[in-house]
Design a protein around this ligand. Sequence first.
Ligand code: PEP
Ligand code: MG
Length: 312
Amino acid sequence: SRDTALTSATGPGVTADGRPVALLANIGGPRDLELAKEYGAEGVGLYRTEFLFLDRDVAPSEEEQEAAYREVVSAFPGGPVVVRVLDAGADKPLGFLPPTENEPNPALGARGIRIMRIFPDVMAGQLRALARAAEGSEADVRAMAPMVATPEEAAWFVAACRAAGLRSAGVMIEVPAAALRAADLAPAVDFFSIGTNDLAQYTFAADREVGALAAFQDPWQPVLLDLVAMTASAGVPCGVCGEACADPALACVLVGLGMSSLSMGAPALPWVRAALARHTFAQCRAAAVAARAQSTPEAARAAARTHLPGLS
Ligand code: PEP
Ligand code: MG
């Protein structure tokens, strides 16, 4: 039950039988660090850097970016800090870039890594700023690309990261093509991070911003669990950074599917930490198997819960 003592529970994520699961925070900038600390995040699993770039006529300088990245890196000297390069597109236009062509379907347009390939200097500047922010520290700084769909895009991004001097580079898995062929992307990258929000949007061809289609965003959809399992089977360290992680029962299922980290809005961390502490990895696996055997989100949730007695 959600007793108030749990809100202050801290410490690293671990299942009842000792399997570590890194519990990380999603942040939009240094201003979110306080909350991440307060709820005991072990690091940052998703730093959405677009907030540094929005509503500006000129791009932030590399020095300004370096300062913003350094603040986050120094807040978590021990844990991972995963910085995502710009996830801009027609729905999040950047004032300092020339307008791209009019796109009737922005979610299917030049966004994420696709727009970075049109303006590679912007991404190179971000990566240089991040590499400098990491310099001289032992911090586990990682760069991550959004909206990657092909092995070629993954390899292009990782090569740019290496050229900037970054040690760790990975890609988000949020396009079904990438999940279905995760094994083809695997050789290029150091890690995967599954974005369940966009993965649901693209799997169901249902705009995540349209309220009438909200049911398609239910992260208990068995097909999403299948795509998570398929991604995990590629054998690369893999986590989830979409909203799915914030549901304690689903967090257990995701661990059962092989996720080694979960990144979420900080206030959900204590509930997820407590849910993991009450269940063994075998229980998490059984919950995942039971959920995937269902054909609706409701049935998947109910089936998983029968294997997770520590949740009331
Ligand atoms: C996602 O798509 O699940 C994700 C984590 O990224 P964003 O919500 O920023 O698109
Ligand atoms: Mg996304």
